[in-house]
Design a protein around this ligand. Structure first.
Ligand code: SF4
Ligand code: SF4
Length: 164
């Protein structure tokens, strides 16, 4: 098969100088517009300033609480069953109040195994688990530290003050 080769440029084109100047022009143009305020600043002072993730973004999980402060989770195991990565481990306990369903004695999620598919959120019949924390960066030193436990999941807030 015949391949058409790109013809080399001539004169200033051959040194790619024109393209370098054009690229610098774009950069300088954006910089000046952002400095004079005619264009919003595109960069953030990360990690002090973090990007707000769009609605529907699946970040680190959180467990919701009842008004009493107890977990909404009834330890039904639906999320753990549906999880394709088998990274949710729940130990169910009987509540002393017979009117209350089971509750999670422990609830662990291994974030290193999680594929952030959101199936656990979809499967939960009581809206007890969500992924709307907006937390998208995880860094630690030990593998075990990537396993988040019930207390941390309950403490994790939503990214939005009034989550839908
Ligand atoms: S987001 Fe997906 S992989 Fe992660 S815990 Fe939920 S179901 Fe499992
Ligand atoms: S989070 Fe929801 S689906 Fe998972 S065990 Fe609790 S109640 Fe069931």
């Amino acid at each position: 098969m015949k391949v058409d080769r790109v013809k080399p440029g001539e004169g200033i084109e051959s040194a790619y100088l024109w393209h370098i100047v054009k690229g610098l022009g774009v950069t300088v143009g954006h910089t000046v517009r952002q400095l004079v305020g005619s264009q919003p600043v595109q960069t953030k002072e990360y990690p002090e300033v973090r990007k707000e993730m769009p609605e529907g973004y699946r970040g680190k999980h959180r467990l919701l609480q009842k008004e009493s402060g107890d977990p909404k989770c009834t330890a039904c195991m639906m999320c753990a069953t549906v999880c394709p990565a088998a990274c949710i481990h729940i130990e169910a306990g009987e509540h002393p109040d017979p009117k209350v369903e089971k509750f999670p004695v422990s609830f662990d999620i291994d974030l290193l195994k999680c594929v952030f598919c959101g199936m656990c959120v979809e499967a939960c019949p009581v809206d007890a688990i969500r992924m709307d924390s907006g937390v998208y960066t995880f860094a630690d030193f030990q593998r075990d530290d990537f396993v988040v436990h019930k207390d941390e999941l309950l403490r994790t807030p939503s990214q939005w003050s009034d989550p839908v």
